[in-house]
Write a protein that binds this ligand. Structure first.
Ligand code: 13P
Length: 251
């Protein structure tokens, strides 16, 4: 069975609601130009998840959140529960993004709780892994990704694992204009799949592994052509419908 092809847009802390709705509508309007085989996901800020769900209604574009709380509900000021996200009609949630690991103290411990919340509410996590520049230069990128997977993904049941998307995002390539080469991406994606296989066996063949980090229309095709790259998690280029869709044409 061929793995799912996915192009997901992480809008990060960009767009006010009106801009987000406009962007989502433009993606819907141009979607027909891209192969139906590509699964598009847009991940706006919490504030306009609901309006974006509405804007993509009737299309095959899915909506995801960029994070969720570790707890189900209660006295956690400022947090957004997975249940709330699911209730809006979202299908996905990005967890473990390097920006959250780096700036907001996200750890494997908190991520285990967030993953549990996501699954308990029927959301598919897009679990991010990736090394920083120092770790890459020291040749530790394999070990870093392995640990990020072992400490979180290995705690999933087989059923949960069957409903998981992984994104490999080298921190040094995020927002820097510096992309991993297609060969670098393939090398580590294949390695990540091998790590997954050691725990989940043949089910690892079905798990989509996305590349993220300065992915754009001009480099998507070369990266997506690699055997273990199943799509992209797109930051900057997801803020322009035309570029986001053009990345989907990279398949
Ligand atoms: P850029 O595409 O802007 O480098 O961001 C990648 C990313 O972090 C997506 O989650």
């Amino acid at each position: 069975m061929a793995r799912k092809k996915i192009v997901a847009g992480n809008w990060k802390m960009n767009t006010v609601p009106a801009e987000g709705v406009e962007l989502a509508k433009s993606v819907v309007a141009g979607r027909g130009e891209v192969c139906e085989c590509v699964n598009f996901i847009v991940c706006p800020p919490f504030t306009h998840l609901s309006q974006v769900v509405e804007a993509v209604k009737g299309s095959d574009i899915a909506v995801g959140a960029q994070d969720c709380a570790t707890e189900a509900k209660g006295a956690y000021t400022g947090e957004v529960a997975a249940q709330m996200i699911a209730a809006l009609g979202c299908k996905y949630v990005i967890l473990g993004h390097s920006e959250r690991r780096q700036y907001y103290g996200e750890t494997s411990e908190s991520l285990n709780k967030k993953m549990a919340q996501a699954y308990a509410n029927g959301l598919t996590p897009i679990y991010c892994v990736g090394e920083n520049l120092e770790e890459r230069e020291a040749g530790n990128h394999f070990a870093v990704c392995k640990a990020q997977i072992e400490e979180v993904v290995f705690n999933l049941t087989e059923e949960q694992f069957a409903n998981l998307v992984i994104a490999y995002e080298p921190v040094w390539a995020i927002g820097t204009g510096k992309t991993a080469t297609a060969d670098q991406a393939q090398e580590i994606h294949a390695y990540i799949r091998e790590v997954l296989r050691s725990k989940f066996g043949a089910a690892a063949e079905e798990c989509p592994i996305l590349y993220g980090g300065s992915c754009k229309p001009s480099n998507a095709a070369e990266i997506f052509a690699k055997a273990d790259v199943d799509g992209g998690l797109i930051g900057g280029a997801a803020l322009k419908a035309e570029d986001f869709l053009a990345i989907g044409k990279g398949f």
